[in-house]
Design a protein. Structure first.
Length: 560
């Protein structure tokens, strides 16, 4: 736990890393708590029928141990890659913890991924087994046969003979509830999370066992320190626990490490519930009813909540602290949070390679509304000159960078040594984002130096969408950019050149949208498609997306 102090300066001075020489995420997030307080509530699941299902730390330890035995019996062990393709469910943390106990490597997979997106990750990571449900298994069976070769699929909702899956609960029934956790160190591999593919195919980001320790200071900072400590203490005594919840999927680094694993590590009761379609009014009612005290809400979720209740919320919220990250909120949204939610929303920043390294903390510091915060205690974050790697002058635009070594920093890109080397300039890991830093250390985000699209809190790369569009016989060429949008920050827009003899039509555009929705992911489909005669290209044949973005900006300016 971070020390509750009066100032940011005091927090940084009082902080020191304390990561054991031998450590395992499973012990930190489960077994240590189970030994101290086995009946303590770990996760409460609210299913689609509104039924509550509780899992204590003791129950989580026993379930994860049985899964670990089951995976061992199937021949899995240290270093093997195991996929977790599940929504927010009781089996999700149990599967992750079991994988860490084996010394295997967990690969979280997003439920909205289509067969192509799953295939890339399965093949690239060399995944041997995936824990999923019927929906996930159906998508996996739509992958190319080569990707399925040797892949075992275990499902949490029973066996599905038509899909060739094995029932997880039948597999582990009667297995022992004790398991010897693999002896691992901080830099032993634990987790591969794939990037969104902003520059080419998505890359596997390999993290070590230390990654959760590396996230804890940032998570506690955006949850305002003292309210966090009070909520943890209340969880020991209250018949109605105060919960930690996010609508973000537990497959992304924000949902997985910021909330699921870090929450378990600190003894916070997690609330598991994922709306099929997010609704701002329904989500606020849910948070009030279920006594959500701490939350990570992506900016788009907050915007939808503000649209539902722009002036006041009639219910009674239990919120103590709230964080948001992924894109800047702005003064208007922060003012709404103070007025309607009754607190200051703490913005934070990071990326898959090194997450939760910058944060606001309204309990001890107030900064510019446009800023995403200051360097979290224990992390060295600077804006540097991208040419020299030296720290930039105050308020000078430069590259946002993190100094290595850092406990939250990735070990390397999976099977991409050159990409790993390219990520660093000396001791500085370059985030690929640009910004500036004032004299007091507040960092303001300016934009990316690649083609990332930020839509509804998701970071989306254009390459895989372009490749998917090119699958359609009517498409000759395709380019994808982010178009500014007041609700989603950006929407995915595609420019396509049609093959000879093809004509634009609403039906064709619907086909192209559905192709991306089904083959990649529902959040990646182009909401706008424009047919053009040609695309701007470099002399070497590369698409100049910057020109397309400039065109959209010019159009937007002409209509203002």
């Amino acid at each position: 736990m971070l020390t509750a102090v009066a100032s940011y300066e005091a927090l940084r001075q009082s902080f020191g890393w304390d990561i054991p020489q031998r450590c395992n995420i499973a012990r930190l997030c489960c077994d240590d708590w189970a030994e101290r307080d086995p009946e303590r509530l770990a996760v409460r699941l609210l299913d689609d029928q509104g039924q509550r299902h509780d899992l204590s730390y003791g129950g989580l330890r026993d379930l994860s141990n049985r899964i670990a035995h089951g995976l061992t019996g199937l021949g899995l062990g240290a270093g093997d890659r195991v996929g977790v393709l599940l929504p927010q469910a009781l089996e999700t943390p149990a599967a992750h913890i079991a994988i860490y106990k084996l010394g295997a490597i967990a690969v979280p997979l997003f439920m909205l991924f289509g067969p192509d997106a799953l295939e890339h990750r399965v093949v690239d990571a060399g995944i041997r087994l995936i824990v999923t449900n019927r929906d996930g298994a159906t998508k996996l069976r739509a992958m190319a046969s080569e990707a399925q070769a040797g892949l075992r699929i275990v499902t949490v909702d029973g066996a599905h003979p038509d899909l060739g899956t094995q029932d997880l609960h039948a597999l582990i029934d009667g297995l022992p509830t004790d398991f010897a956790v693999q002896d691992t160190g901080p830099d032993d591999p634990a987790l591969i999370i794939y990037t969104s593919g902003t520059t080419g195919a998505p890359k596997g980001v390999l993290h070590g066992q230390r990654v959760v320790w590396g996230h804890l200071p940032g998570m506690q900072t955006y949850l305002d320190l003292v309210p966090l400590a009070e909520t943890i203490e209340a969880a020991r005594h209250s018949d109605q626990p105060l919960f930690y919840w996010t609508p973000a999927d537990w497959a992304w680094i924000g949902g997985l490490i910021n909330v699921m694993l870090s929450g378990l590590a600190l003894g916070l009761p997690l609330l598991a519930h994922r709306f099929a379609k997010f609704d701002g009014a329904v989500a606020l009612d849910f948070m009030a009813r279920e006594q959500v005290a701490l939350s990570f809400l992506p900016p788009t979720a907050l915007k939808l909540m503000r649209a539902a209740y722009p002036e006041a919320y009639p219910g009674r919220l239990a919120l103590r602290a709230l964080g948001s990250g992924g894109e800047p909120l702005g003064e208007e949204m922060l003012a709404w949070g103070r007025k309607v939610l009754g607190l200051t929303i703490n913005q934070f920043y990071g990326q898959t390679e090194c997450n939760l390294i910058v944060s606001c903390c309204s309990a001890i510091m107030q900064g510019p509304a446009a800023s995403m915060g200051r360097a979290v205690a224990g992390h060295a974050v600077k804006v540097v000159d991208p040419a020299s790697g030296r720290p930039a002058e105050a308020s000078q635009l430069g590259a946002i960078a993190v100094k290595a070594p850092d406990p939250a920093m990735f070990l390397r890109y999976w099977n991409r040594p050159q990409a790993t080397r390219d990520k660093f300039m000396g001791d500085w890991m370059l985030t690929g984002d640009q910004g500036w830093q004032d004299g007091d250390g507040w960092i303001t985000f300016q934009g990316r130096d690649d083609d990332v699209i930020t839509s509804a809190g998701y970071r989306i790369g254009p390459s895989s969408i372009e490749d998917c569009l090119l699958r359609h016989p009517a498409v000759l060429m395709a380019a994808v950019i982010g178009k500014p949008d007041p609700q989603r920050t950006q929407i995915v827009k595609a420019f396509v050149v049609l093959a000879e003899g093809q004509a634009d039509s609403p039906a064709l555009q619907a086909e192209l949208q559905d192709l991306v929705r089904q083959r990649l992911a529902a959040h990646e489909y182009p909401r706008e498609i424009e047919v053009v005669a040609e695309l701007p290209m470099t002399a070497t044949g590369k698409i100049q997306r910057a020109q397309l973005r400039a065109l959209e900006d010019q159009r937007a300016g002409a209509t203002d």
